[in-house]
Design a protein around this ligand. Structure first.
Ligand code: BTN
Length: 238
């Protein structure tokens, strides 16, 4: 198995860096950029991703072989399932997918995924899979509710070996993406359970029914019945 791995000492955002390089030249599928120090990491919905330099994995992977058969949200499913199963099976870490893009362990955020799809005309030219995984960082500001592998296992990890191992798992899953995608619900945080949410500025309890084909969260609540919600319409309340 081989993939092109590009290590940068520092960069603003590995997603941005990979996007620029993709526009400039042809890159093989699974080309990966990672950095020791991401200075302006991007998170969901315009937020930022802050990661202590040299301690964690901040990387972006180019996926260019998934044709129109797979929707943007199925790519999100594929990546989050591969990440969670890799954490569980290879590292013996309890992990679940908190819709839409967080990976939780013991109810704390262990990793975040930011997928940016690049379209040429009507067709997706590639997906830039950005992942921030907290690995060796020992403490986080309380507000972030974050956790690292080190805090869970007391081990210190070699970042590059970890990255290569994850990329191998991803490459393996790409041989049959549909299989991993079909296991999404198995790993979904609070699947078929009740949780607290904020909707229209109101806090309420709702049952998580799943996620529809376009990636909207399906909830059942007394107030709204069975409804679907996009990222901007619903917030998890811890
Ligand atoms: C989130 O949870 O909000 C998503 C965080 C994604 C962070 C990763 S770190 C590597 C890649 N480059 C970025 O600028 N962001 C993603």
């Amino acid at each position: 198995m081989s993939f092109q791995l590009v290590k940068l000492h520092a960069t603003a955002s590995t997603n941005e860096e990979l996007k620029v390089r993709f526009r400039e030249s042809e890159l093989p599928n699974l080309t990966t950029i990672y950095t020791d120090h991401q200075t302006a990491g991007k998170g969901q919905m315009g937020s930022s991703w802050v990661s202590e330099p040299f301690k964690n994995l901040t990387f972006s992977v180019l996926l260019s072989n998934l044709n129109a058969e797979f929707t943007d949200f199925e790519i999100n499913k594929l990546v989050t399932v591969v990440l969670v199963e890799w954490l569980r099976e290879k590292l013996q870490i309890q992990a679940v997918i908190k819709w839409p893009n967080d990976i939780l362990s013991v109810r704390h955020k262990l990793a975040g995924v930011l997928i940016e799809n690049i379209y040429k005309g009507n067709s997706r030219a590639c997906s830039i899979i950005g992942i921030g995984l907290n690995v060796n960082q020992m403490d986080f500001p309380d507000l972030e509710k974050a956790i690292s592998l080190n805090q869970i296992t007391n081990k210190t990890y070699d970042l590059e070996l970890l990255l290569i191992d994850f990329l191998q798992a991803l490459q393996k899953a790409l041989a049959n993406p549909g299989e991993a995608i079909s296991r999404y619900e198995q790993h979904l945080f609070k699947y078929h359970q009740e949780a607290r949410f904020q909707i229209d500025g109101k806090e309420l309890t709702a049952r998580v029914e799943g996620v529809d084909d376009t990636g909207r969260l399906i909830l059942i609540s007394n107030t709204y019945g069975r409804s679907t919600y996009g990222l901007k319409q619903v917030k998890w309340v811890y």
